[in-house]
Design a protein around this ligand. Sequence first.
Ligand code: CAA
Length: 398
Amino acid sequence: MSPTLPVGIHDLCFTTGYYVLDHNEMARHYGVDPDKYRLGIGQDSMSVPAPDEDIVTMAAAAAQPVLARHGADTIRTVLLATETGVDQAKAAGLFVHALLGLPSSTRVVELKQACYGATAALQLAAGLVYRDPTQSVLVIGTDIARYDLGSPGEATEGAAAVAMLVRAAPAVLRLDSTSGLYANDVMDFWRPNYRATALVDGKTSIEAYLQAVQGAWKDYAEQGGRPLEEFEAFCYHQPFTKMAHKAHRHLAACAGLGQSDADIRAALRHTTSYNRLIGNSYTASLYLALASLLDHSEDLSGKPIAMLSYGSGSIAEFFGGTVVPGYREQLRTAAHQEAVRRRVPIGYAEYRALHERALVTDGGEHLIEAESGGPFRLAGIRGHKRVYDTADRRTATA
Ligand code: CAA
């Protein structure tokens, strides 16, 4: 097998939650200047899932169009990354596997390392495809970002899932084999098993992210990666979009490149459109930045793109890829824009009620009303088991 075999992202599709809270609503509620959100952290609104949505329903909804286009024949592995796990033992991907009707001859695993998880999945998927180029891997990043009400993190909540088909001779992005890595045990953001909301030391987390950018870049350069100037655009993990600006300024300084504000804006141009409106989607965030770039840029065929993945705790990876000529035929721009546009606006009180809602834990049977109208829904909890349903089955039994 040739080590130069191109492997990468063949298709990419994301979806988001059913509701949306505009940051003007949050600003009104807390009596703060809306510019703190719009300009200060670079966020306009955030997705809020309906009660019948969770990471499983979003993941299945993101993956369904990918399977509809390419079939499932070559998929022998599903890697689902999340930090919003629904079970301490069972992989959420198994619910997705069932909802999508994937064959039983499939390896299904869940990965966790905060927001970095989907990048780990992508790199592991590339390794599996190198080993057997006849196989493809379904990689999913799916998360609901949730902080305590009234905490500084609240304005950076969001929700989304991204599904990517990784295979040989990809149609969208060929991954470079060089990666820069950085690991550091730091408590900047974490969620103990007994909590539904994350804990974060905001300022420490920003410092930890920047330190990780520096470490990953240093390793990338030592591994013989491309010079920074070679990249056409830079996709960052975006807990809030202003973070991408901070990160890129820091990266350019580390690489010894003088960058004006205009240079930084140009390097990030088109990468923040979706995250500005959706909010933090943890594992999916970096790949929403990539989708935003591909969906909104002029033709990028043959151009190298840089990717910086950060997961608190912490791990960072800097890697590159080349956009494949003809990639535009694969894009799902209209569907992505529609997923963002069709969200139903809610006020702060409705958002708060959704935020405070918790699943019952008494082991009884609890049905959840159909609300989101998506292709998949969480129908209830029975005997401590999640029960999912598809639109098809709903129609069949209606
Ligand atoms: N007009 C314009 N700008 C304004 C403004 C106004 N009226 N009011 C404030 N600002 C600016 C501030 O000057 C500040 O800018 P700088 O960052 O450039 O200094 C910015 O808005 C934010 O203001 P504060 O620092 O006062 O905001 P805050 O303390 O309330 O919260 C936060 C900011 C710490 C990022 C908080 O949102 C948070 O804790 N978020 C969650 C943690 C997070 O996302 N960390 C990122 C790195 S960790 C990571 O990436 C992993 C992950 O996904 C969580």
